[in-house]
Design a protein around this ligand. Sequence first.
Ligand SMILES: *Cc1c(COP(=O)(O)O)cnc(C)c1O
Length: 428
Amino acid sequence: MPTNAELFARAQHSIPGGVNSPVRAFGSVGGTPPYLVSGKGALLTDSEGTEYVDLVGSWGPMILGHADPRVVEAVTEAASHSLSFGAPHEGEIRLAELVINRVPAVDKIRMVNSGTEATMSALRLARGFTGRDLIVKFAGCYHGHVDSLLAEAGSGVATFSLPGSAGVTDPTTAETLVLPYGDREAVRRAFAEHGENIAAIITEGAPCNMGVIDPGDFNAFLLDEAHAAGALLIVDEVLTGFRASATGAHGFDGVVADLVTFGKVIGGGMPVGAFGGRADIMEHLSPLGPVYQAGTLSGNPLATAAGIATLSQLDDALYAQLNDSATTLISAFDEALSAEGVPHSINRFGTLFSVFFTDRDVRCYEDAKSQDTDAFARFFHAMLAQGIYMPPSAFEAYFVSRAHTPDILERIIAALPAAAKAAASPKG
Ligand SMILES: *Cc1c(COP(=O)(O)O)cnc(C)c1O
């Protein structure tokens, strides 16, 4: 078997930076990413045969653990009937109904192939519906790599401290108003100045791509502000949907947005996104309305089979377990870092949490950027060396799954003291 280093070196010749998504390259923590060959439950195995406890879960989708038998069986069964029709099939209706029955904001929903496509399409629909151009977004929120949403985005854009992205034109970013997260006065000012031309506010259900931030009642405030000006609220639940709680951010604040975007969990690990919302808005989509939106592989039968098999296993007992696991890990991380005097603060939103390597109370992107990312990198590598696979960036959420049983959590907890020591001392 080739080593991780051999594979990473070989990948540099054929794939830019060796990866198909930037954060995977370990750029901000240094070192070589493990090349994975299999996952089962909460465990991953790399090409060298090293086993890791997974705290990434493919950035959220693997809420049942890797290779969940019922999901694998559903996908295998679907594959035997064709990998793609490019034509209607019943699985699409079943997945749509599963979402509509759970999420009050969603009367109608359309499937796409990624979270990026979902937010991109939701913006077009919001603009087509309102006849307005401007979009309000918040610094540090990530909504996929849509051109107009890369302004001060979280996730990889935060990881690499980029102001935005080359290749995005000024006229495009000029149609995006970027405001500090949680800053109600800035929102009021933006609407006072531009209200008549704002199509929508887009916000993460809870910010999770600059690390996790609890929105409190901010989404309810945004809904009121948007509606007062005839604009829409788009809540991006690509990460939080079916993950933070059974109904995502809605489960905490009860906000019924005009449009909601999904991805990650809704595809159970397959490349899937979706956007849904109020019927009168969704009916502006082609073929009923004037807003064009399409996809050769959208509603793909394997993707819908994985989504149905995943969503239908998400019950109250699962969320209770995930919440307990998060509670256990949060106190263990806190205890280990406190014991070594490592400045940190921990934020939580439902089953999601993240550790910030700063003593600031983190409420916005400025706070998140105050982290000691070198301390995080030392912590990360000490965990990895002990077989714990954490997000390779200080700006990401941590993900537990149904397969994170007490013995798995124990393995994570046992690795924490040495990692906290490494974080505390630059000499390791
Ligand atoms: C991951 C993510 C996206 C983008 O989804 P992709 O499937 O990676 O395109 C959009 N919004 C949020 C909140 C996300 O976390």
